[in-house]
Design a protein around this ligand. Structure first.
Ligand SMILES: Cc1cc2nc3c(=O)[nH]c(=O)nc-3n(C[C@H](O)[C@H](O)[C@H](O)COP(=O)(O)OP(=O)(O)OC[C@H]3O[C@@H](n4cnc5c(N)ncnc54)[C@H](O)[C@@H]3O)c2cc1C
Length: 266
């Protein structure tokens, strides 16, 4: 809704907003016209988190940490000057930010063995009593796959430096999610009985998102990795992006793209 000055009055609820408890600014995609189909009628804003009517409540994750939050907006006034893109063009703006987010999650620059695979490889080298032939085979495969992903990400970042990221970022993000889940599971198995206990269940309000490597025991990284295939777009949805935009496969039949958003059953 707009007021007489052309500013926006926004109400609603948003779950899973990472680091909202630390953020001064948020990116807000909001439905400004429910009479249009769902990909239209969306508008994108920068939201000042100190605005009256913004309430942030912690959501605790499987790890025990509350990295993200529910955010409630009650009649929050957003100046029109904080709009990114045209009214109704929010979907296009958010596609750009989402593609950048996927590269940030899946395609970050990292030195060899800087990630979880390094922690597993170091444990393998330092604790020969934990080794079994089956784990050896899995570690080698995971190590090679992590290295292929790491080097592939170099190329994506070069493309990014030359312009906007393409759907390759979706592939990098899927690969990262699967590998990080495999590697952290391997890490937990390698730790044997030690891995069965959880190091600390205190609820923490993290400062920077997930804990840095080495700050927690293997169980934390195993549980945290579960979210990797959800955050920044689920692996299933990213496979659809690749099917549509890279492989040009026929799209799945959809019945809701031309219907007014308010008419879609939910
Ligand atoms: C650690 C973490 C941090 C997050 N941080 C943020 C944040 O800061 N800001 C934010 O906005 N969100 C954040 N999220 C939320 C995240 O972006 C969403 O949960 C995610 O995009 C999935 O959307 P959804 O929960 O609405 O699930 P849905 O879209 O309802 O999906 C439910 C299930 O159906 C599947 N599905 C849905 N559509 C299709 C389809 N067309 N084809 C095949 N399968 C499909 C999905 O893969 C999933 O398994 C975070 C999530 C996590 C885990």
């Amino acid at each position: 809704m707009r007021d007489g000055d052309g500013d926006w009055i926004v109400s609603g609820q948003k779950v899973w907003t990472s680091l909202a408890h630390k953020a001064r600014w948020a990116m807000l995609l909001t439905r400004t016209d429910p009479d249009l189909p769902k990909h239209q009628g969306l508008t994108y804003f920068f939201l000042d988190m100190t605005s009256p009517g913004v309430e942030v409540r912690p959501l605790r994750q499987a790890t025990g940490q509350a990295e993200f939050n529910e955010v409630f907006l009650t009649d929050v006034r957003i100046p029109d000057a904080y709009r990114a893109g045209d009214v109704g063009q929010g979907w296009a703006v958010s596609n750009t930010t989402l593609m950048n987010e996927r590269v940030a999650i899946g395609g970050a620059a990292a030195a060899r063995e800087a990630d979880a695979i390094g922690a597993v490889a170091r444990m393998w080298r330092d604790r020969p009593e934990l080794r079994t032939p089956g784990l050896h085979d899995r570690l080698l495969r995971a190590w090679v796959e992590c290295e292929v992903a790491r080097l592939g990400n170099e190329r994506i970042r070069q493309q990014l430096a030359a312009g906007a990221p393409g759907p390759e970022g979706s592939a990098a993000k899927i690969a990262y999610a699967r590998l990080n889940q495999d590697v952290t599971r391997l890490w937990l198995e390698l730790t044997g009985e030690d891995g069965l206990g959880y190091d600390d269940w205190t609820m923490r309000r993290s400062e920077l998102g997930q804990a840095a490597l080495g700050a927690r025991a293997a169980g934390y990284y195993y549980l945290r990795a579960k979210g990797n295939s959800i955050e920044g777009g689920t692996s299933e949805v990213l496979r659809n992006v690749i099917a549509d935009r890279v492989l040009n496969l026929p799209r799945e039949p959809r019945t809701d793209t031309k219907v007014a958003w308010k008419e879609i059953p939910r």
